[in-house]
Design a protein around this ligand. Sequence first.
Ligand SMILES: Cc1ncc(COP(=O)(O)O)c(C=O)c1O
Length: 416
Amino acid sequence: MEISARLSRRRFLGFCFVDGSGLSYFALVPRTIYLDYNATTPLDPAVGEAMQPFLHEIWGNPSSVHHLGRKARAALDEARARAAHFLGAKPSELIFTSGGTEANNLAILGTARALKAKGKHLITSAIEHHAVLHCFDYLEKNEGFSVTRLPVNPEGRVAVEDLVKALQADTIIVSVMAANNEIGTLQPVAEIGSLCRSRGVIFHTDAVQWFGKEPFTDLNQFNADLVSLCGHKFHGPKGAGLLFIRSPLHPDPILFGGAQENERRSGTENLPAIVGLVESITRFLKIPVFDKSRLLPLKDQLENLIHSIPGCEMVSSKVHGLSNTVAFVVTGTDGMALMAGLDLEGICASSGSACSAGSLEPSHVITALGKRDAANALVRFSLGRETSGDEINQVIKILPEVIRRAQLNGKTASGW
Ligand SMILES: Cc1ncc(COP(=O)(O)O)c(C=O)c1O
């Protein structure tokens, strides 16, 4: 079937199809409005361009001793040096990983195992990403560590006084994220970091959602020993991340094999992805690619609407929140119905995390805010570089009806 024409509408895209027998069809498809930038961002064309030579010409293995390998090695070293210079670290303090999940796993599992002779108490917060929380769960269940999970206030912030109370003589790691992925809350990481430093405790921050959204000068601003980031959250490639490890800390490896990355992370380096990651780091962090001055008015518009819809309650913080994240819960329905309703209108949003069965798990973040009953009915809009005022106006027009329909279905299904 051949597409012979494409018509643009405000809310729909029109397609004309001609099949093999010459019959033509017309279809209206909802226009895609992508509001899921905290899940991932599209690859920036210039970043894609920078990766090209490493997909086609310089494809050698950086560990090979022949000239193709040496060329790849030189490019890898140069990428690391560029990233280090830009981030304010030594090249030897950066480990390239397959993304944020691996960076967090290496930081937590590797450091806990390396320092277990010093102590076996670990601290994190209740609203971390699963790539952090599940590492702590694992260490507690299988390796004899004890874990304190700090509570958060109704806007999702950790209180430094709670951390002071939780620190013990045998605490070896504190891990608190810089910005939350579901509700966008910013944590007082610099303060937490300096407290940890004064107590001789290693501090890790998962800054995967923070980079590209908040002003960055250099890695010292976190006062952290370990910082995780990944490229696909700021228009870099997927499958590429980085862990900053302040020297002389030396986490145990979690991947064993060829002893790459200075014996700290085995596996042939993904050079195209690393080059793309470094390109996106140098382009999109110092002047954050998520432009607050453009995004905040759009966020305000959405928030004003949400406040006016019956049964909706904002859960993203107005004061300590990312400028791109609008999160709210809805009574009388659930995340799956809301996501399906939005998707039918072409709107991509998010709700908690998908489980392997293709349904949605209740959000542990909303539960930690003290709203357990609403943990199944979270909606997250995360705006980004390509989000336009016109798109937000469309969402504002459609959203009350999508919510009303989902609530109506919820009522019918549960008799509520
Ligand atoms: C806060 C946070 N940490 C870690 C991750 C995992 O990153 P990746 O998808 O690169 O493994 C994500 C991804 O959504 C995230 O939001």
